[in-house]
Design a protein around this ligand. Structure first.
Ligand code: RB5
Length: 150
């Protein structure tokens, strides 16, 4: 069973229950790192919580949500080893696992519906990383991290 860390701000919380129930249906164990209400919060804090859980190995992967998915993905991508991808449809969800081995997907509560989020999570969770030529490219990203992260 995979452990998936989930985090959102007030703009993404509309998707959270749909994402969590979908992950559980797929057999995942879910770590819910908040937020827990529609009160305004700062998305970088929640992107960081999920990114740290994934980078440390506490979780195998993560799902983050804000209004667009963009801000929280930018924050998550500041953590070494994180490949967080904003995804707005199932094609992107599948390809970002096949090619980028995205260990976090980012969804926008003001961009997609809870039902679209369900389909996107399923497509990402069930897709396989293809390796091969794509690993060479991920190795380049790792090299860039090694050269630029402390
Ligand atoms: C919060 O209003 C909003 O800025 C945030 O959820 C997100 O969309 C940022 O990228």
């Amino acid at each position: 069973m995979k452990k998936i860390a989930v985090g959102c701000d007030h703009g993404g919380i509309v998707l959270k229950e749909s994402v969590i129930s979908t992950l559980k249906e797929l057999g995942a164990e879910v770590i819910d790192l908040g937020c827990y209400s529609e009160e305004s919060v700062d998305y970088p804090e929640y992107g960081l919580k999920v990114a740290n859980a994934v980078a440390s190995g506490e979780a195998d992967a993560g799902v983050v949500m804000c209004g667009t998915g963009i801000g929280i993905s930018i924050a998550a991508n500041k953590v070494k080893g994180i490949r967080a991808a904003v995804v707005t449809n199932t094609y992107m969800a599948q390809l970002t696992k096949n090619h980028n081995n995205a260990n976090i997907i980012a969804l926008g509560g003001r961009v997609i519906s809870p039902e679209e989020a369900r389909e996107i999570v399923k497509a990402w969770y069930t897709a396989e990383y293809e390796g091969g030529r794509h690993q060479r490219r991920l190795d380049i990203i790792s090299r860039i991290e090694d050269e630029n992260f402390k």
